[in-house]
Design a protein around this ligand. Structure first.
Ligand SMILES: Nc1ncnc2c1ncn2[C@@H]1O[C@H](COP(=O)(O)OP(=O)(O)OP(=O)(O)O)[C@@H](O)[C@H]1O
Ligand SMILES: [Mg+2]
Length: 1110
C-alpha cells in the first residue's frame, strides 16, 4: 500500500508508467536515460562474479546497494534488495528504455527487464507466463509485484497510447482497474507489523489476461487466507488493518457522523492497545483518498462505499461492546451488554434489532443430550460447541425473558449429521413463533430414535467477548472476500478472442515473531511451498533435465525443503492432517491433544521438535527438550527455525461461526450481510460442513503451485537489507542468511554450468526455420537434422549450442538474443517482401481499372459528342463539317468508323483464328479418340466410332482406308488354297452379287465343290476313268424336277471339267452325261428358291434340265 512511505515512491514514479506524462508513441525510440547507463558498480550479472562464493555475492550486493543499484541478476533469478527509500528507477523514461530496447542491447538488470521478458514471451512466443516474487516479510515483494503489474499493463499499447486513442479506452479502463485493485486490497488486507509497515496479511495471485497485441483485457485476483485474527488482536507495536485508521483519519465529518464514529483512534478497543507511537511512514489521511479513488475506479457506487464503511465501522463499534457478568437464578453465569449505546449504534448501522443482536452475542442455542450422527463419520460423543465451554442458564420448554421475541438459534456441532442439521434449521424456522425447544431428531436413515434437546444457554462475559470477536473477524474477513469478488467482477474479461495469461504472485513473506501462531504457521507453510517450487524450477528440474538429455553435468547440491513440506501437508500423517483430526474431534483441550498427537506422529522428523521430542529422537524416548517452550512445537523451515505456540490452532483451523450469529447477521437489513452470511438463511438446504481452514489453504496452495508450474516462470527474489526498515543500512549477516536460504549461489552455479535456454527440436525449428534456406519454408526431415542444418547456416559458433536427446540447449542469453535478432530481421525482410508484392499487385490492379475506366469514359464521351453533332446536323441546327470545328468532327466520325471497321475486321480475323484452332483441336481430339477406339481388325466388322457432323466425311474416308487396310492385312494371312478359294468367292461375287437373293447367305461358306466326297469314292474312281471325268468341280445331292410330273427327284449331280453328269445317288449309275460343250446356257433363279436351269444343245433335240439345289 502506498501508505508505506517509500512505496509511494514506486507508486508515484510508477504511476508515470500509466501515461500521465508525455505522449510518446509505441514505436518511438529514445536513448535510454542516463540513470540506466551509469557506470557499472560491482557485478550486475553475477554469472561473471569471481570467485563465486556467498561472501563475494553478498559483498557485491552491498557494493551495488550503496550506490542505489538494488537489482542484480543471479542466473535465472532477479535479486532485488529493498532500498527503503524512493529511487528514480521507475520513471516513464526508464519504462520506455526497457520497453523499446533493441534485443541485443545491454541494459542493467531491472525488474522492468524481467517484466518485459515475461510480456515479450507472452506476446511473441504465445506462452503463458508468471512472475513469482518471494522473500521474507518486508523484503519488497508487494512493491515488486506492483511494479511488474504497472509495467506489463503499459507494455502493450504503450503508456500514452491508451490515453489518446478512444478505441483504446476499454484497455485504459481495465488497466486503471487492475492497478487500483492493489491499493484497495492493501487497505483492507495489509497492516503494519514489526517486519513491515505495509505487510500483506493475505496472499495475492493475479492472472492478467492479454489480447494478441499484448494489451491487458482483464484479470482475476485470487486471495489466500486473510490473517483475520488481527481484527481483534495485534501484537504490541503492530497495527490493525489499514482501513480502520484510514477511515477514522481520512473520512470527512459527515461520513464519520453517518457511521457513528469518532475521529479519535483511542476510542476504539480494537485499535487502542497496539497503537504505535509514531507513524511517519504511513499517511492514513492521504491513503484514505487513494482507497476511495480505487473504490470509485473499480465501479463501486457511492451507496456500496457507504455500506462497506458501515461494516467496517460496525466491526470497530462491536469491538467496544463490553459484557458485565450476571448470575442466573439457577446459579449459572450469564452476562449483559455493558454499553448499550454502542450496541444500538451497531444495530443502527447493520439494520437489526438490538434484542436480536444481544441474544446472538450473549446466548448460544445448542443441542443438549445425545445427538444423532452417522456412526461412520464420527463415533466420538458430541462435544460442546467450541466457543461455549459449558451450559449455563439453560432455558428449555418455556419462554425465557432473554429469548423473548428472539428466534432461537443453534451451533452446528461438528458431530451433527447434515440431515440432522437441516431438521434443526426447519425447527428453528418454526420456533420463530414458539419457544418450545424440545425436539426429536430423525437419524439419517429416517428412523425415529434417540432425541437431542435444543436448548438456549447463556454465555459468560468472557464467552460473550469471544463470541463478539468471532463475529468481528467473520464480518471483516467476509467483507474482504466480497471485495475481492467485486474487484474480479470489475476486471473480468469482457472481450472474446484468444487470450494469454501472465500471473503475478505476491504472497505474504516468511515471518518469525516472538510469538507465532496458526497464522504464522500457514504463512510459513505457503512460503515453504513457494521455495520448493522455485528450487524445483531453478535447481532440481534444470539439473535433472541435463542428466536426462545426456549432457555432461556435475550435480550441484542445494537445500531441499521437500521433507518440511511433506511434514506439514502429508495426507494422514502431516501436521495439517493431525490438526484436522483434532479439529473434527472437538472437545476441550484440543490444542494440547493436538500437540501430543503431533509429537507422536511427527516426532521422528529431523525438522520437528517439541518439548517432549527432540530431533532424531524416537517418540518413545521423549527426552525433555527445554529449548522449546511448553505448548509449542518447533519447525526447521528453509528460512529458519520457528517456534509455534499451539494455543488457538484447533479453533482457528475449525473456523466455525456460531449459527446464532449467522442467523442474526442474515436477518440484518444491511444489504451486504445477506451475501456475507448465506449460511444464516434458514431456507438453505445444504448444510455441508466446510473444510477446515488449514485444509482449504493446503488445497488452494496446491492449486496455485500447479498453476505456476503450467506457466513459464520468472523469479524475483527480494532481500531485506535490515530489520530496522531503514535506508542505507545493509546488515551483512541478515542478507547472507537470506542469500543462503534462497540458494542464490547454487542457482548461479547451476546456471553457470548449464544453458540459458532449452527447447524441443520441433519448437526450435518451428521458431527459427526462416533463418536457413534448408529449413525455409518447410522442412521434411527429422527435427534434429533440421536444427543442425539451421545452425550450420547461422553465423553462430557451435560451442554455443548443445544437442540433447530431445532438446537443443543454447548456452548464453546473448546467443538467444542473437537468434531472436536474426529472426526479427528475417521476419522484417519477409514482411517487406510480402508488402512489396501486395502493393505492386494493388497498384497494378488499380492502374488497370483506371485505364479501362478512362477508355470507357473517353470513348463514350467521344461517341456522344459525335452523335450530338450528327443529330444537330441532321436537324439543321448545326452546319456540320464546316469550318475547322466541323472538320474536326468529321475527322472524328471517320476515325470512329475506321476504328469500328478495324475492330470488326479484327473480330472476324479473331473468329477465324479461333475457329481454325477450334476445328484443329476437334480434329485432333477426334483422331486421338479414334486411335484408342478403333474397331476390330476383322473385315466383317461393321462398327465405327461416331464422329461430329462436321467430321463425317473425314470419318468415312478414314473408315474406308481402315477397312482396306484390314482387308489387306487379312489377305496377307492367306496361303495358296485360301487364295484360290477367295478367287472363287470373288468370281462368285462378280457373278451373283446383287443378282441373287440367296447370295449373301453363301458368302461366308467356303466353296468346296465336292460336297459328297465323290472324289474319294472307289466306284466313282472307276467310272470316271471310263468317261474321263476325273476332275470333279461340283458334286452334291440335289433335286431334279421331272419334266412330266414336275416332281422333285433327288439325284447326284456332278460337274467335271469335261461334262455334266446325273447319277443315281445310291448306285452311282450314270443317267445322263452331257459334255460341257453342249451346255450353252445356265439360268439361275434370282429368288431364294435355288433353282438352276442348264440349257443343253443337242443335235437332235434341245433339252433343259431344271434342278433344285437344296
Ligand atoms: N523498490 C522499492 N523502492 C522503494 N521502497 C521499497 C521498494 N520495495 C520495498 N520498499 C519499501 O519496503 C516496504 C516493504 O515492502 P513490501 O510491502 O513490498 O514488502 P513485502 O515483501 O510485501 O512484505 P510482506 O511479506 O510483509 O507483505 C515498502 O512499504 C516500501 O517502503
Ligand atoms: Mg507484501
Amino acid at each position: 500500500m502506498s501508505s508505506g512511505g517509500v512505496p509511494s515512491a514506486a507508486a508515484t514514479s510508477s504511476s508515470q508508467c500509466c501515461g500521465q506524462h508525455g505522449s510518446r508513441g509505441h514505436s518511438a525510440r529514445r536513448a535510454p536515460p542516463l540513470a540506466i547507463h551509469e557506470q557499472e558498480v560491482g557485478v550486475a550479472d553475477t554469472l561473471q562474479l569471481e570467485p563465486l562464493t556467498e561472501e563475494a555475492f553478498v559483498a557485491n550486493l552491498q557494493q551495488r546497494f550503496k550506490r542505489d543499484l538494488i537489482y542484480t541478476s543471479a542466473g535465472d533469478v532477479l535479486v532485488s534488495v529493498n532500498p527503503y527509500k524512493k529511487l528514480a528507477l521507475y520513471s516513464l523514461d526508464v519504462v520506455e528504455a526497457y520497453r523499446n530496447r533493441p534485443i541485443l542491447s545491454h541494459l542493467p538488470p531491472h525488474i522492468f527487464a524481467l517484466a518485459d521478458k515475461a510480456h515479450w514471451n507472452l506476446r511473441e512466443r504465445n506462452e503463458e507466463q508468471c512472475v513469482v516474487v518471494s522473500g521474507e516479510s518486508g523484503s519488497g515483494k508487494t512493491e515488486a509485484a506492483r511494479i511488474v503489474l504497472q509495467y506489463v499493463t503499459v507494455a502493450g499499447s504503450g503508456p500514452s497510447g491508451a490515453q489518446q486513442d478512444p478505441a483504446l479506452a476499454p484497455i485504459k479502463l481495465i488497466r486503471d482497474r487492475l492497478l487500483q485493485a492493489g491499493p484497495l486490497l492493501e487497505a483492507f488486507g495489509n497492516a503494519k507489523t514489526h517486519k513491515n509497515d505495509n505487510s500483506s496479511r493475505f496472499g495475492k495471485y493475479l492472472d492478467v489476461e492479454f489480447d494478441f497485441k499484448g494489451d491487458p483485457v482483464g484479470g482475476t485476483f485470487t486471495s489466500y487466507l486473510l490473517e483475520k485474527s488481527r481484527v481483534t488482536r495485534q501484537l504490541a507495536g503492530e497495527r490493525n488493518f489499514h482501513i480502520f485508521y484510514q477511515l477514522l483519519t481520512g473520512a470527512d465529518i459527515q461520513l464519520l457522523k453517518s457511521l457513528k464514529l469518532h475521529r479519535n483512534i483511542d476510542n476504539y478497543a480494537f485499535l487502542r492497545p497496539s497503537r504505535p507511537l509514531s507513524m511517519e511512514t504511513i499517511d492514513d489521511k492521504r491513503d484514505f483518498q487513494v482507497t476511495k479513488k480505487a473504490l470509485e475506479t473499480l465501479g463501486f457506487s457511492a451507496e456500496d462505499v457507504v455500506q462497506i464503511f458501515k461494516v467496517v465501522a460496525s466491526v470497530l463499534k462491536l469491538g467496544n461492546i463490553g459484557f458485565t457478568p450476571t448470575s442466573n437464578i439457577d446459579g449459572t453465569e450469564g452476562c449483559t451488554v455493558t454499553n448499550d449505546y454502542e450496541l444500538f449504534e451497531v444495530c443502527g448501522l447493520l439494520g437489526t434489532n438490538p434484542m436480536e443482536l444481544t441474544s446472538a452475542l450473549t446466548q448460544r442455542t445448542i443441542l443438549a443430550g445425545p445427538v444423532l450422527d452417522s456412526p461412520s463419520t464420527n463415533p466420538a460423543p458430541p462435544p460442546p460447541p467450541p466457543s461455549c465451554g459449558s451450559l449455563r442458564g439453560v432455558k428449555s420448554g418455556g419462554c425465557s425473558s432473554s429469548a423473548a421475541g428472539t428466534p432461537p438459534s443453534f451451533v452446528p456441532s461438528s458431530s451433527m449429521s447434515s440431515t440432522a442439521s437441516r431438521d434443526v434449521y426447519e425447527v428453528c424456522e418454526m420456533l420463530q413463533h414458539s419457544t418450545l425447544a424440545r425436539l426429536t431428531l430423525a437419524d439419517e436413515r429416517g428412523s425415529t430414535s434417540t432425541a437431542g434437546e435444543l436448548v438456549v444457554a447463556d454465555l459468560s462475559a468472557s464467552e460473550a467477548t469471544a463470541s463478539r470477536d468471532i463475529l468481528c473477524r467473520a464480518l471483516y474477513s467476509r467483507l474482504f472476500a466480497w471485495l475481492v469478488k467485486q474487484v474480479n467482477d470489475a476486471t473480468r474479461v469482457r472481450k472474446y478472442g484468444k487470450r494469454k495469461v501472465l500471473g503475478i504472485l505476491d504472497i505474504y513473506g516468511f515471518e518469525v515473531f516472538e510469538q507465532n501462531g496458526f497464522e504464522q504457521f500457514i504463512i510459513n507453510f505457503c512460503n515453504e511451498k513457494l521455495q520448493q517450487a522455485v528450487a524445483d524450477c531453478t535447481l532440481r528440474q534444470r539439473q535433472e533435465e541435463m542428466l536426462r538429455e545426456g549432457i555432461e553435468w556435475t550435480p550441484v547440491d542445494f537445500f531441499n525443503n521437500t521433507p518440511v513440506c511433506e511434514l506439514i501437508e502429508k495426507n494422514n500423517h502431516g501436521i495439517l492432517a493431525v490438526l484436522d483430526e483434532e479439529s473434527q474431534r472437538g472437545g476441550p483441550g484440543g490444542d494440547e491433544s493436538f500437540l501430543a498427537r503431533l509429537c507422536h506422529t511427527c516426532g521422528s522428523s529431523a525438522y520437528f521438535e517439541t518439548r517432549n521430542c527432540a530431533p532424531h529422537s524416537a517418540p518413545s524416548d521423549l527426552p525433555c527438550n527445554t529449548s522449546v517452550p511448553p505448548n509449542c512445537f518447533r519447525l526447521r523451515h528453509y528460512a529458519g527455525t520457528v517456534t509455534y505456540g499451539v494455543t488457538g490452532f484447533v479453533d482457528k483451523n475449525n473456523d466455525t461461526l456460531p449459527l446464532d450469529l449467522s442467523l442474526a447477521m442474515f436477518r440484518c437489513e444491511h444489504p451486504l450481510l445477506k451475501n456475507l452470511f448465506p449460511e444464516g438463511n434458514p431456507k438453505r438446504t445444504t448444510l455441508k460442513r466446510a473444510a477446515s481452514a488449514g485444509t482449504q489453504f493446503k488445497i488452494s496452495v496446491g492449486a496455485l503451485m500447479g498453476n505456476l508450474q503450467s506457466k513459464t516462470p520468472h523469479f524475483v527474489r527480494c532481500i531485506k537489507p535490515n530489520e530496522l526498515k531503514q535506508p542505507r543500512i545493509f546488515e551483512n549477516a541478515l542478507v547472507q542468511h537470506q542469500v543462503r536460504y534462497l540458494c542464490l549461489v547454487q542457482t548461479i552455479k547451476v546456471r553457470k554450468s548449464s544453458f540459458a535456454h532449452s527447447e524441443s527440436y520441433e519448437s526450435f525449428l518451428h521458431r527459427y526455420k526462416m533463418l536457413s534456406p534448408h529449413t525455409w519454408p518447410s522442412w521434411r526431415g527429422s527435427a534434429v537434422e533440421g536444427a543442425s542444418y539451421l545452425l550450420r547456416d547461422l553465423p553462430l559458433s557451435s560451442p554455443h549450442f548443445a544437442f540433447g536427446r530431445t532438446r537443443i540447449f543454447v548456452r548464453g542469453e546473448r546467443t538467444v538474443a542473437e537468434l531472436e535478432e536474426f529472426r526479427r530481421q528475417r521476419l522484417e525482410d519477409l514482411a517487406a517482401l510480402v508488402q512489396k508484392m501486395w502493393r505492386g499487385y494493388r497498384c497494378r490492379q488499380r492502374y488497370i481499372l483506371m485505364r479501362q475506366s478512362q477508355i470507357v469514359i473517353a470513348s463514350a464521351w467521344r461517341s456522344w459528342r459525335v452523335r450530338v453533332q450528327v443529330y444537330e446536323w441532321q436537324i439543321g441546327k448545326t452546319r456540320l463539317f464546316k469550318g475547322k470545328k466541323n472538320l474536326f468532327c468529321l475527322y472524328r466520325v471517320a476515325r470512329e468508323e475506321y476504328r469500328e471497321l478495324k475492330r470488326r475486321k479484327q473480330i472476324e480475323w479473331a473468329v477465324q483464328v479461333i475457329q481454325t484452332h477450334y476445328l484443329q483441336w476437334r480434329r485432333r481430339q477426334f483422331l486421338q479418340r479414334l486411335c484408342v477406339s478403333l474397331p476390330s481388325e476383322s473385315p466383317m466388322c461393321r462398327e465405327w466410332p461416331a464422329a461430329a457432323k462436321r467430321l463425317s466425311d473425314t470419318s468415312l474416308l478414314l473408315r474406308r482406308i481402315h477397312h482396306k487396310w484390314r482387308c489387306h492385312k487379312y489377305r496377307l494371312k492367306f496361303d495358296q488354297t485360301a487364295r484360290n478359294r477367295m478367287r472363287e468367292k470373288v468370281t462368285a461375287s462378280i457373278i451373283f452379287r446383287d443378282r441373287k437373293a440367296s447370295y449373301p447367305r453363301s458368302v461366308s461358306h467356303p466353296f468346296l465343290g465336292d460336297y459328297v466326297r465323290l472324289r474319294q469314292n472307289v466306284q466313282w474312281k472307276k467310272i470316271c476313268v471310263e468317261t474321263n471325268d476325273q476332275y470333279v468341280v461340283f458334286a452334291d445331292i440335289i433335286n431334279k424336277i421331272t419334266r412330266s410330273s414336275g416332281k422333285f427327284v433327288p439325284i447326284l449331280f456332278v460337274l467335271s471339267t469335261s461334262s455334266m453328269l446325273i447319277l443315281d445317288q445310291r448306285t452311282l449309275q450314270i443317267k445322263y452325261r452331257v459334255p460341257a460343250a453342249d451346255i450353252y446356257r445356265l439360268s439361275l433363279s434370282p429368288y431364294l428358291d435355288d433353282v438352276a436351269i442348264f440349257h443343253i444343245k443337242a443335235v437332235s433335240l434341245s433339252i433343259e434340265f431344271i434342278f433344285f439345289f437344296l
